[in-house]
Write a protein that binds this ligand. Structure first.
Ligand SMILES: [Zn+2]
Length: 242
């Protein structure tokens, strides 16, 4: 019996290089090159999307979520074994720890798709920024979304603490201190002050990320985009702020 030809390592690498060149020439991502159906739900998302392609994938996933048409892509055992070998997350989400704002769910994405950093108030703490810098350097992820949300408890706690005497218990003060500059600026704004500070805080955090030297290297080359967004707790919709 004739055994099927198995590619040598060199042949495999040559094939990968050819695939990459083909994808670059055709303007497709490797994910698209590996997904001839073009339905975007391939198990094998290899390589990176452009910032705009990444954003489009997230917004399309959110649309499926709000319409009750979740695909739960790339959550199979096959995907589990694929990503065990390595990860190529196409977007980084800096979101709130709030239990109702789970990025993989509300963007309808799968294992290995999103590099998620969650902290109450989606603040740009040193650990959060370091995690994001790591992901951009390590995985060449091209999109960062700072995701605030309606009626954020950390933002409300900050507004409540303004002008009050006394120490904030435990480590909660570090969250409040991070949001305080925006809360002070917008505490007398017209309309829904809590929501104004939620959106103001997202924009402030986007600006803080832009100050990172590591992120700037990628931003100036057009390989990275940072956007702010607000999640609506009532209808599940994500709207872009920046
Ligand atoms: Zn929150």
């Amino acid at each position: 019996m004739k055994l099927p030809h198995l590619p040598s390592r060199r042949e495999f690498l040559n094939f990968s290089a050819v695939s990459l060149m083909g994808a670059l020439i055709s303007g497709k991502t490797l994910a698209q090159a590996n997904d001839p159906s073009g339905n975007g739900v391939t198990e094998s998302v290899i390589g990176q999307k452009t910032p705009n392609q990444a954003l489009k994938s997230l917004l399309e996933g959110n649309k499926r979520y709000t319409r009750g048409r979740l695909l739960h892509p790339r959550q199979s055992l096959k995907r589990l074994s694929e990503v065990a070998k390595g990860q190529h997350p196409f977007a980084i989400i800096l979101g709130c720890a709030d239990s109702r704002v789970a990025p993989e769910v509300l963007f309808d994405q799968g294992l290995g798709d999103l590099f998620v950093v969650r902290v109450a108030g989606n603040i740009a703490s040193d650990d959060a920024v370091g995690s994001i810098e790591f992901a951009v350097e390590e995985f060449k992820t091209s999109l960062i979304v700072v995701l605030g949300h309606e009626r954020c408890g950390a933002v409300k706690a900050t507004l409540d603490a303004l002008g009050k005497e006394g120490k904030i218990p435990g480590h909660i003060g570090s969250l409040v201190d991070a949001i305080r500059p925006v809360a002070e600026e917008l505490k007398n704004s017209s309309g829904d002050v809590l929501d104004n500070v939620v959106t103001g805080n997202v924009k402030y955090v986007v600006q803080q990320l832009m100050k990172s030297e590591i992120l700037n290297e990628h931003l100036k080359n057009g390989l990275l985009k940072v956007v702010g967004a607000r999640y609506d707790l009532d209808d599940g919709n994500v709207s872009l702020l920046t």
